[in-house]
Design a protein around this ligand. Structure first.
Ligand SMILES: Cc1cc2nc3c(=O)[nH]c(=O)nc-3n(C[C@H](O)[C@H](O)[C@H](O)COP(=O)(O)OP(=O)(O)OC[C@H]3O[C@@H](n4cnc5c(N)ncnc54)[C@H](O)[C@@H]3O)c2cc1C
Length: 563
């Protein structure tokens, strides 16, 4: 079976759960009417199902390879990439003045959900290019914007982000790449970057690298980092790719999954670059890109989970072992759990995107704070769901799941990177309980209030489920009060389970909304029941772990743990 874009589910979430209508009511996005969004999503779905999904397996079987210093991509990837570019899908949310569609991020994220389900390894290219464009929009000079953004939007060029170095992973502040002013307004960039996604390819004519580097005499740590744009080919007077820049791909990594996505070790050898934004403010500029990419990676988890879930449901209806396996309660449990998790993660991701758009459209700080608060949850939960669901999908297939020919194992391997890159899920959790709660938990309380108000209103239709959601929100409020009263060491020891608990309660909230919108009867209400009765209760265990503090785990030394 091939992948089918989950357009009905996405439409339902947009119409009834997050909801998208408030975006279309703003002046900025007045053109994004329901009809227009439906037409766009339908068109994108067609591309995903008929052009992108069929090449997914090629990426796995015939990985990208390095040939004489140039990356050769998997069969069919170049054609599928061109189709994505020519459809205008890279610039869905980019400004119209630069050739984009100027649509809300929410629409873009819904399309990213579908593109990731179709082919994660390929989708990474437009995803990173989109983040790259956004960083330039906010921080680059007008000349750089005019030169680069139209080429990136059209897909003639693609964009990368270069943070990681061997000694600088989560600790980006440890990076050593240097930038020396050349006296003519440009800089010579020297250093090695590792793990650079789509650092080179044969699907575009030029590649624009955003590189974090340190100017002479810059402070240590993140305060001394600046951002540079470093093209593979230096644009000539007409903006066409000219002389080759002094940079190269040293090697490609061999990976557990996403074999179709070239992961490059890059060497910059006095390469010519231009400063983006202010000196020593590179981290702030890069964060523009990373926030977009974090939500995008959360949606990658959702997309792959969707694809794996579809495969499992289909297989379970065909396989006969003492009857069709889909009819065995344990298998039905797995299928229902998968579908319920996918729904919750999709709703959280799209709710985060709605908050981003509402901030863009209204400028209101509350929306910005809400988007910032939801981003680590959307990233970590979306990608955890990607892993959990694809793992369960393998289980549903039994031995055939472990055998490569069904294709389900590819989802399991491919999606495993998503909790790691764009800030590991551990770093996301620390961001949630640290930076995102610097307001004393105010935004968390506002979200919880909304959940409780909704649950109160839902009591008339679904009293039991509404009661469960209300109680969970109340307990989570107490745990949040506890969390903000702790020092950082205590908070961090419980950060990951706290994030999971928050995601569970949010997921239950959105399921409840879906059930109410359906009138309390029907498949969405049944799915909500599964989530709220069977999966929501995990929040209590997560909170018990979160509130245990640091003593328990830190009292065990690495030596204790070694044996
Ligand atoms: C396939 C792939 C593609 C990638 N693409 C890109 C790319 O395009 N551009 C780019 O710049 N990078 C990219 N990366 C790098 C990626 O973002 C990093 O791997 C990631 O940020 C984690 O860094 P690390 O691998 O050094 O792990 P480490 O930082 O060594 O982390 C190891 C473990 O320690 C934990 N940890 C680390 N520090 C702390 C802390 N302070 N507190 C608590 N826990 C901590 C982490 O959560 C993790 O569990 C990619 C990586 C891969 C594998």
């Amino acid at each position: 079976m091939t992948y089918r874009s989950p357009i009905d589910d996405i439409r339902f979430v947009l119409d009834h759960v997050v909801p998208f209508t408030r975006i279309a009511e703003t002046e900025r996005y007045a053109e994004a009417t329901p009809d227009m969004v439906e037409a766009i999503l339908t068109e994108a779905a067609k591309l995903c199902d008929t052009v992108v999904a069929p090449v997914n397996i090629n990426g796995d079987k015939v990985p990208a390879r390095l040939e004489n210093g140039v990356v050769r991509t998997s069969p069919g990837f170049a054609e599928a990439f061109r189709a994505i570019a020519e459809g205008g899908w890279i610039g869905v949310a980019s400004p119209q003045e630069h050739g984009g569609m100027g649509l809300p991020q929410t629409v873009n994220m819904a399309i990213n959900d579908m593109l990731s389900g179709a082919c994660l390894a390929l989708q990474l290219n437009p995803l990173l290019t989109q983040g790259h464009i956004e960083a330039l929009e906010h921080h680059a000079s007008d000349e750089i914007k005019a030169l680069y953004i139209p080429k990136l939007v059209s897909g003639e060029w693609s964009g990368t982000m270069n943070l990681t170095e061997p000694q600088a992973g989560s600790d980006v502040g440890a990076l050593r790449t240097k930038a020396e002013p050349k006296g003519d307004g440009t800089y010579a960039i020297t250093g090695q970057k590792i793990f650079i996604t789509w650092g080179d390819s044969d699907v575009v004519e030029n590649i624009s690298h955003l590189v974090l580097a340190r100017l002479p005499g810059a402070a240590a740590g993140t305060k001394g980092i600046s951002l540079f744009i470093v093209p593979k080919y230096l644009p000539d007077a007409n903006g066409k790719p000219g002389k080759a820049n002094s940079l190269k791909v040293v090697s490609l990594e061999h990976k557990l999954g996403i074999h179709g996505s070239p992961t490059c070790v890059m060497s910059y050898e006095g390469a010519t670059g231009w400063l983006v934004g202010e000196e020593n403010k590179g981290m702030a500029a890069m964060f523009t890109m990373m926030n977009n990419a974090r939500l995008g990676v959360g949606m990658q988890g959702v997309g792959v989970a969707e694809a794996a879930c579809q495969k499992a449901v289909e297989y379970a209806q065909e396989r006969n072992q003492m009857g069709v396996i889909a009819n065995h309660p344990d298998v039905r449990r797995m299928l229902a759990t998968m579908r319920a998790e996918v729904f919750a993660a999709r709703a959280i991701g799209l709710a985060c995107a709605v908050a981003t758009d509402m901030h863009t459209a209204t400028g209101a700080d509350d929306w910005a704070a809400r988007a910032a608060f939801l981003t680590p949850i959307a990233k970590a939960y979306g990608t955890d769901v990607g892993c959990m669901v694809s793992e369960t999908a393998v289980q549903v297939h039994g031995g055939m799941g472990y055998i490569e020919e069904t294709g389900v194992a590819q989802y399991y391997r491919d999606v495993r990177i998503t909790p790691i890159y764009e800030g590991t899920n551990g770093i996301q959790a620390m961001d949630l309980v640290g930076r995102k709660m610097m307001d004393g938990g105010e935004m968390a309380y506002r979200v919880l209030e909304e959940i409780e108000d909704d649950a109160e209103a839902a009591r008339a239709v679904l009293p039991e489920l509404a009661g469960d959601v209300w109680s969970a929100a109340e307990t989570l409020r107490e745990a949040t009060e506890w969390m903000v009263a702790q020092d950082m060491a205590e908070r961090f020891a419980g950060a990951a389970p706290f994030l999971r608990a928050f995601a569970r309660v949010l997921g239950a909230h959105y399921h409840l909304r879906a059930a109410v919108a359906e009138g309390g009867e029907g498949p969405r209400s049944k799915l909500a029941r599964v989530y709220i009765r069977r999966l929501l209760p995990m929040y209590a265990a997560h909170l018990a772990e979160a509130r245990d503090g640091s003593d328990g785990v830190m009292s065990l030394s690495p030596d204790d743990l070694a044996s």
